[in-house]
Design a protein around this ligand. Structure first.
Ligand code: ZN
Length: 275
C-alpha cells in the first residue's frame, strides 16, 4: 500500500513504539505524528524510533489555535506553534497541520484576522525549518471553538492570500464532504499548488459525538472514493492519511481496529495495492 498513512491519534491507546511497529508490520508506509504522543515518548526517542521504523513521516499535528480574546493567549499560541515547527523539523515532517482556532467572545471575522496575523508571524520560521503550514478547514459545527476557517473555499482564499510555497491546505473529507462546490474547490487547490494533504475517515449515521465518533472508510455516508478521485485529478499524489478519533474504537482491541482499517483501505483503493 504505497499511499496509506495512519495518524498516531487513530490508535491513541498505543504508545509510539507500538504504533510504529504495528503499522510497519501491516504494510503501512506513512505516519503522521501527533504532538501528545510525541511528548509522551520524548522528542529524541521519537526520532530514534522513527528512524528505525522505515516509515515516512507525512505530517506533524496539530498547530494553530491562533485566536484568543486576550493578547497573552495569542502570543502563547505563536510560541507554541514555533515550538511545533521546530519539533516537526526535528522529526523530518514536511508539514505542520493547522487547526486554526476560534474564540468564544469575539466574532468569526476577528478570529480570522488573528489567524491571518498568526500565520504571517510563523511563515519565516516555517521557511527556515523547511516545514510547510497546512491549513485544515473544519466543518462549521466546530466554528465555536476550533476553527473559524470552515470551508475549503475559505482555506483556499487564505493560502492564496499568502502566496508562499510554505503554505497550503490539508483536505479532510470529514470536514468538507458536504460542500456544494467541493470538486471545483479541490481543483482550485491543486491548480494553485496548495493541496498538501488528504485526510480520510467516514461520517457515521447517526453521529453520536461531534468530535469522537468518526468511522472507518465505508462505514458512513461520505463519498470517499469520489472525493479521492477528484483529489488525484487535481494532481495530488501524496499519502491518504487515515485520521479517526473514536471513543468506540479506542475502547476496542487496537490490533483488530488497525486490521479493519487496512481491510477497508484495500477494498476502497485496489489500485494502491502492490501485487
Ligand atoms: Zn484531518
Amino acid at each position: 500500500m504505497k499511499r496509506l498513512c495512519i495518524h498516531t491519534i487513530t490508535t491513541k491507546p498505543w504508545e509510539l513504539e507500538t504504533a510504529f511497529e504495528k503499522y510497519s508490520e501491516a504494510g503501512i508506509k506513512g505516519v503522521t505524528v501527533w504532538q501528545d504522543a510525541l511528548q509522551t515518548s520524548g522528542l529524541s526517542r521519537t526520532r530514534t524510533l522513527l528512524a528505525g521504523s522505515g516509515l515516512d513521516v507525512v505530517a506533524y499535528c496539530r498547530g494553530g489555535f491562533f485566536p484568543h480574546t486576550g493578547q497573552s493567549g495569542r502570543e502563547q499560541a505563536i510560541e507554541n506553534n514555533k515550538k511545533m515547527l521546530d519539533e516537526a523539523a526535528a522529526i523530518q515532517a514536511p508539514m505542520l497541520v493547522l487547526v486554526c482556532g476560534a474564540a468564544v467572545g469575539q466574532s468569526l471575522e476577528t478570529s480570522r484576522d488573528q489567524i491571518k496575523k498568526g500565520i504571517e508571524v510563523l511563515l519565516p520560521r516555517a521557511e527556515e525549518n523547511k516545514v510547510s503550514l497546512a491549513i485544515e478547514p473544519l466543518h462549521p459545527m466546530y466554528a465555536d471553538t476550533r476553527s473559524a476557517i470552515n470551508s475549503l473555499a475559505m482555506a483556499n482564499d487564505f493560502a492564496e492570500y499568502f502566496d508562499s510555497q510554505w503554505i497550503g491546505v490539508a483536505i479532510d473529507v470529514y470536514h468538507v464532504w458536504w460542500e456544494p462546490e467541493l470538486r471545483q474547490e479541490i481543483m482550485r487547490c491543486g491548480k494553485n499548488n496548495n493541496l498538501l494533504a488528504f485526510h480520510i475517515c467516514d461520517w457515521k449515521v447517526p453521529t453520536v459525538d461531534m468530535l469522537l465518533d468518526r468511522g472507518i472508510i465505508g462505514e458512513g455516508c461520505i463519498p470517499i472514493q469520489k472525493i479521492s478521485e477528484w483529489v488525484d485529478e487535481a494532481g495530488f499524489t501524496g499519502y491518504r492519511e487515515v485520521e479517526i478519533f473514536s471513543k468506540l474504537y479506542w475502547e476496542q482491541e487496537q490490533d483488530r481496529f488497525l486490521e479493519k482499517i487496512v481491510t477497508a483501505y484495500k477494498k476502497h483503493y485496489p489500485l494502491d495495492i502492490d501485487t
